[in-house]
Design a binder for this molecule. Structure first.
Ligand code: FO1
Length: 308
């Protein structure tokens, strides 16, 4: 069994590779829930939904969010009614949020609702939110505004300057026991190549998760979200810079070194193996980690599994 720590883009692409060689019931995913947002009266869990849609083969893989061939009629009418509809929710996607919000109002936990959703969509893999209670990544801009990560990334197109990033409700968060068990019971745990600040960060900063990872360190493999000097996707560079980190693979290795044993860098970053091994206690391997297609992801999955 393998448990992944995942955001909404890089790691799901890697999971596609694992799906080609493992039974789906051998895959568990702890999904970042700090991107979750209350919007238009509904509770939206973007990273969880991307994984649910991916594993049920309905994800819009061009955008890598939402459902493929979805329409946006409800959103258009909501706009006619005077809403600022900056967060694009498709008509079919909307059904997921209505279902989830209704279940929340009936008292169900996010982990229970996620489990119902994945079963309804015939997904054999287990999917756990990183927190059962609402946590959210917030950005304080250089103008002193305190905004939700989605407002920064979607509404402001990541273009505002960042003063500070913090995770609201982090310390009092309730991590689902099933997610912790999954870490303990897995043969391998993979810290996926997702954004270290707003995707992996909010998962590994949850104290109960951090403790379990430290305990299971020798079975944990992390994959770099940076190739050369460039993050694979999204706002990673801007977010890392604003937190005072250098944009480098070595920096990521240092961030994760107490939580994993093996660190995988891109094949063109072989020259980093020795310096990283010297400056950390990690075993460093190199492989193609730019998942342009599922075959590249499958090759990395085979390499990880065959290492034993
Ligand atoms: N990303 C966008 O760039 N624009 C959107 O309008 C948008 C809407 C959206 C709706 C539902 C959903 O599950 C995800 C959505 N995303 C959208 C993706 C999301 O903002 C982020 O990419 C993830 O939170 C990062 O993992």
């Amino acid at each position: 069994m393998i448990t992944f720590l995942s955001g909404g883009t890089g790691t799901p692409k890697l999971i596609q590779g694992f799906r080609k060689i493992l039974d789906e019931n051998q895959i568990s995913i702890i999904a970042n829930s700090a991107d979750d947002i209350w919007i238009y009266g509904l509770y939206v869990s973007p990273d969880i939904d991307t994984i649910i849609y991916l594993l049920s083969n309905i994800l819009d893989t061009e955008r890598f969010w939402g459902i493929k061939n979805d329409t946006f009629n409800t959103l258009k009418h909501l706009n006619n009614l005077g809403y600022d509809t900056w967060f694009n929710i498709g008509d079919r996607d909307l059904a997921t949020h209505i279902f989830r919000t209704d279940q929340i109002r009936k008292g169900k936990k996010l982990s229970e609702i996620t489990d119902i959703l994945r079963k309804k969509l015939q997904i054999d893999s287990r999917i756990f939110p990183s927190s059962d209670t609402h946590i959210e990544t917030r950005i304080i801009t250089n103008k002193g505004e305190d905004i939700h990560f989605q407002e920064f990334w979607v509404k402001q197109k990541g273009e505002v300057e960042i003063d500070k990033i913090y995770i609201k409700n982090l310390n009092e968060a309730e991590v689902p026991e099933v997610a912790l068990k999954s870490i303990d019971q897995s043969d391998k745990i993979i810290i996926g190549p997702s954004n270290p600040i707003t995707s992996i960060g909010p998962i590994i900063k949850l104290m109960p998760i951090e403790k379990r990872l430290r305990k299971n360190k020798e079975r944990i493999i992390a994959i770099s979200p940076i190739i050369g000097k460039n993050p694979v996707s999204g706002p990673t560079a801007k977010l890392m810079k604003s937190e005072g980190y250098a944009i480098s693979t070595l920096e990521i290795a240092k961030m994760y070194q107490d939580l994993c044993d093996v660190f995988i860098v891109h094949s063109t970053d072989k020259d980093l193996i020795k310096p990283i091994e010297k400056q950390t206690n990690l075993t460093v391997l190199s492989e193609n980690i730019l998942f342009k297609d599922n075959i590249i992801a499958k090759n990395l999955a085979s390499m990880i599994i065959n290492r034993g």
